[in-house]
Design a protein around this ligand. Sequence first.
Ligand code: GAR
Length: 203
Amino acid sequence: MADKLRLAVFLSGGGSNLQSIIDKCAEDYIPAKVALVVSSTRKAFGLTRAKKAGIEGVVYRRKKFPDGKTADTWLVNLLDDHKIDFIALAGYLKMLPPPVVKAFKGRIYNIHPALLPKFGGKGMYGLKVHRAVIEARESESGVTIHKADEIYDHGEIVAQEKVPVFPEDTPEELAARVLKVEHSLYPKVLKTVSERLLKEMEK
Ligand code: GAR
């Protein structure tokens, strides 16, 4: 039996969630290893974090491929070559291709910096989310972790944690409060997921 699962993390930005996952894997809190980081842009600082941790980082830009089918196949093969067991989206701003969603059905997780189903959907990421929450005069926001499917910020919610929103909050202040919770909640969920997947593989 495998004692550690192989996780691929997809991102587009700073990668602070990636870092919390790498750290919690290194501590053996999550029985998994980040075996691959896929970024939608070469500019993502998350790639630097991956390199520093000795993890292979790959830039995946669909436009670079002659057609969508070739792009899909390339990504499915990449995940296959790295023997990936499950996927964590951590600030990934693109849609996963349907063949990847199909191949990893029920084994793709996403983190969103608000209480879904509110403040989600295409274009709702980063500070835009927090700005919308403040403009709607919400008294609370939070973190949602859900299974990912072919629709943005959709899929079964597996965990949520609330944070207060104060009237004088700037989007940056709210983002920082939410991000702090992200860094503890995502590893917690990935730990539970890994333990369940390992048990299922034992059967
Ligand atoms: C996080 O706040 C994450 O919840 C959000 O992007 C940020 C990435 O931060 N994701 C979305 O908005 C998805 N709709 P990080 O790169 O520092 O982990």
